[in-house]
Design a protein around this ligand. Structure first.
Ligand SMILES: *Cc1c(COP(=O)(O)O)cnc(C)c1O
Length: 810
């Protein structure tokens, strides 16, 4: 039954009264939020159960997407949108005098991820449900999400994110104690002969109870609800007495206490390896248990189950799956291996050497000795299989265990039937460089799947005004079918529409200006160019290149206050890993530069620098619709794909970009005239690596502009950065500037002048903006997941698209 306002209001009041024994007028936002979530959940639960039943009835092949991070942000609005309730709830609340935005603001961000990797997993979950695919997420329910960032004297300070302790808690999860499994870690293992099988006997092992918390993932207008399953570590009741003290209990509970706050990797942390094995083992055990409930034999499991390894953190899925098929199901090695490879697939997310995970052999032995045995046997058979057929050095380079370490990417490639990169340039680099030897061995396993973003969250929810004017031109079908956005191109000469675009952008900038004023006390002019760089702070992402240009502009303006530039507001959002000293120094320098510039009246407010604290999904949703310029300026070859580049173009920002990651494909889509490209190419970067001909110090000595700008870091021009300024100065000069900041500087200045020139022609700017919005549909994650489904997992969509809302019962 379709829902209407009267029915909704009546049910809402009734539920509020049942839960809290109060009227609307007496309720706090928190109570209103909780009541709304309760109604939402009880309504989609009907579809959730039905989705499960349909899977079973049809014996559907199921996919399990293993990711150590999921970064969904807030879920209330996206659930309402996908259920078809969004407008109805806003209208109903208005009628009974509730401010919907204030109620929605109560929800804490679900920040179980660091950045791009976790956000991608969340966008995929949304798209997979919306496209009706039978795909389940599998991850960790961290008690503390990613740290909250504060600035104190310009320095980053980290505070814990106790999201489960907020008044709103996690309203979306359901604890399923009955589906708990036991994970075995530590101790020793011996193999004994028993009934013709080798049986592992565990001694002194630790047993951990893994309890799943399920979050419903509601598809868009299709009554399809998938499951994101997050595991929590607890002490098994049977052995509770073995953990008499808080200290002892903590040993176990700590496994799912904190998310590692590094977006690349800190290998060598014992607890991190425990986390990885914990969620892998819990997930794989529950998959196999579920499969066995409905199938008599297990030797064809790959026909009904696919497991996806999102980056190497869940690579032990390969060994855990083998362990169960061998030790518990007694399959032969050959049969088990065949099923494992057919079941597994793997996505590589980075070429950064320090992020390619390896673990010391003794450590893996300590965490799970049986897994080490199995990995060693996989390695042994891999080598034996290739011996004599392949170059010995290639075998050495590709084996899983070498140099006293276990190479997780090798395990993932060897143990799966598909390895994909996340943008064409990145996949090409995997083939030609990072995983070259594996490409020689298994060319058929390699494929590209360029990342994507959920247009529902990043356009419909984040930028409702833009969505509304698109509706006026295209009708509402594009909301269901992203490709239709392309048709916007035909309004390229429709002056009225271009003006509307400009008005929407201005409104969004005014809103952001208000937020900036509230949070920083700095006033910014909404008619200035809003120049945005939002992403984790990393040397390779080159926030520093942006900063050096800001310093140059400032010095120019000091010298010549009448300099004719288009006013700009530089907006940063970025967290640094707490242990990443250099990145934190860059934050300090940006903050001090901002303080200097924002308080210097002699430059007449022509430039402002705003660094907003605590960049997260919710802040991204507020910044992105207001951006004019999207800074995507990583050193060519270093950014695997990037997804903020996609979110920003979708909202009409123009991209200043190097030829890196998905920027290359954005350029292909919009054409070279509708993007500002600059900088070294991947080939040029690699040539420098080969012939060592880059000498950054020469740029300091011979380029007057660079000289002047770098000196400002160390001569007191920018106050309070004595240590940090020198550290950065040295990295760019004496330490030879690993990321070619100085090499790309002049070209960056050139392209930014072009940005100014273009902005002066507002009609041209709006036309370029329109093309970017129209072409962004190619980066819809709906399209990306369809490719994963058909080309990697071989699963089909089981839901009808077609505007069916979730209705009665409330
Ligand atoms: C999209 C997103 C990212 C990824 O940004 P990149 O520029 O692609 O690195 C990181 N954090 C948040 C909160 C995001 O929404």
């Amino acid at each position: 039954m379709e829902l209407d306002k009267t029915l909704f209001i009546e049910s809402f009041k009734k539920r509020l009264s049942q839960k809290y024994a109060i009227d609307v007028s007496d309720a706090t936002n928190s109570e209103l939020y909780d009541t709304l979530c309760s109604l939402v959940k009880s309504s989609y639960s009907v579809s959730w159960r039905q989705t499960w039943k349909d899977y079973l009835k049809e014996n559907e092949k199921q996919v399990y997407y293993f990711s150590i991070e999921f970064l969904p942000g807030k879920l209330l609005k996206s659930n309402l949108l996908n259920m078809g309730w969004y407008q109805l709830v806003i209208d109903s609340f208005k009628e009974i005098g509730i401010d919907f935005e204030q109620v929605a603001a109560v929800e804490p961000d679900m920040a179980l991820g660091n950045g791009g990797l976790g956000r991608l997993a969340a966008d995929f979950m949304d798209s997979l449900a919306s496209e009706g695919y039978p795909v389940n997420g599998n991850g960790i329910r961290y008690r503390y999400g990613l740290f909250k960032q504060r600035f104190v004297n310009g320095y980053q300070v980290e505070l814990p994110d106790e999201w489960l302790k907020t008044a709103a808690g996690n309203a979306w999860e359901i604890r399923r104690a009955s589906k708990a499994v036991t994970v075995t870690m530590g101790g020793h293992v011996e193999l004994v002969q028993k009934n013709g099988y080798l049986e592992p006997i565990y001694k002194d092992a630790t047993l951990i109870k893994a309890v799943p918390y399920d979050v419903g993932i509601v598809g868009y207008h299709n009554q399809h609800v998938n499951t994101l399953r997050l595991w929590s570590a607890e002490i098994p009741e049977a052995v509770e007495s073995c953990y008499p003290t808080i200290e002892a209990r903590r040993q176990i509970e700590d496994i799912t206490t904190v998310l590692y706050p590094d977006d690349s990797n800190e290998a060598g942390r014992r607890l991190r390896l425990k986390q990885e094995y914990f969620f892998v083992s819990a997930g794989v055990q529950s998959i196999i248990r579920h499969y066995k409930k409905y199938h008599e034999t297990i030797d064809q499991i790959s026909q009904r189950v696919a497991i996806h390894i999102n980056d190497t953190h869940p690579a032990m899925c390969v060994a855990e799956f083998m362990r169960i098929l061998l030790d518990e199901e007694h399959l032969s090695w050959e049969k088990a291996w065949e099923q494992t490879v057919k079941t597994m697939s793997y996505t590589n997310h980075t070429i950064m050497a320090e992020a390619l995970e390896t673990w010391d052999i003794p450590l893996l032995n300590e965490i799970q000795p049986r897994i080490l045995q199995i990995v060693a046997e996989i390695d042994h058979r891999f080598v034996a299989h290739l011996a004599g057929k392949m170059d010995g050095q290639l075998i050495e380079r590709t084996r899983i265990i070498s140099g006293g370490k276990v190479h997780m990417a090798h395990l993932a490639v060897i143990g799966s039937h598909s390895t994909n990169g996340v943008a064409q340039l990145h996949t090409d680099l995997l083939k030609s460089d990072v995983l070259r030897d594996f490409y020689t061995l298994y060319p058929e396993r390699f494929n590209n799947k360029t990342n994507g973003i959920a247009l529902r969250r990043w356009l419909q929810l984040a930028n409702p005004e833009l969505a509304a004017i698109i509706d006026q031109k295209l009708g509402r079908n594009w909301r269901q079918n992203a490709c239709q956005l392309q048709q916007l191109q035909q309004y390229n000469t429709d002056e009225q529409f271009l003006k509307k675009l400009a008005v929407v952008k201005l409104h969004n900038k005014q809103r952001l200006a208000k937020l900036i004023e509230e949070r920083t006390g700095v006033t910014v002019d909404p008619t200035a160019i809003f120049d945005v760089q939002i992403k984790r702070l990393h040397a390779y992402k080159r926030q520093l290149l942006n900063l050096l240009r800001i310093i140059k502009l400032y010095l120019d303006l000091k010298e010549n206050p009448d300099l004719a530039i288009v006013p700009r507001v530089f907006i940063f959002g970025a967290k640094a890993a707490p242990s990443y000293h250099y990145a934190k120094s860059i934050i300090k320098c940006i903050n001090e530069t901002a303080a200097l510039i924002n308080h210097d009246s002699t430059i007449q407010g022509k430039i402002k620098v705003i660094f907003l604290e605590n960049y997260d999904v919710s802040l991204a949703e507020q910044i992105i619709p207001a951006a004019d310029i999207s800074e995507q300026i990583s050193t060519a070859s270093k950014e695997a794909s990037g997804t903020s580049n996609m979110k920003l173009m979708l909202n009409g920002a123009l991209t200043v970009a190097t030829l890196d990651g998905a920027n290359v494909e954005i350029k292909e889509q919009v054409g070279a005239d509708n993007i500002f490209m600059f900088g070294l190419t991947k080939q040029e970067v690699y040539r420098y690596y080969q012939d060592h001909s880059y000498h950054s110090l020469d740029y300091y000595h011979h380029n007057l502009v660079i000289h002047r700008v770098l000196d400002a870091l160390i001569d007191g021009t920018i106050p309070n950065i004595a240590a940090e300024g020198h550290e950065i100065f040295d990295s760019l000069t004496y330490l030879n500037d690993d990321y070619f900041v100085l090499r790309d500087f002049e070209d960056y200045l050139r392209i930014q002048d072009q940005v100014d020139e273009t902005y002066r022609d507002q009609k041209k700017w709006q036309q370029m903006s329109l093309i970017n919005i129209a072409k962004a549909c190619h980066f819809s994650s709906d399209i990306t997941v369809k490719k994963y489904a058909s080309e990697i997992w071989q699963v089909r969509s089981v839901a009808q698209k077609g505007g069916v809302n979730i209705g009665y019962p409330l």
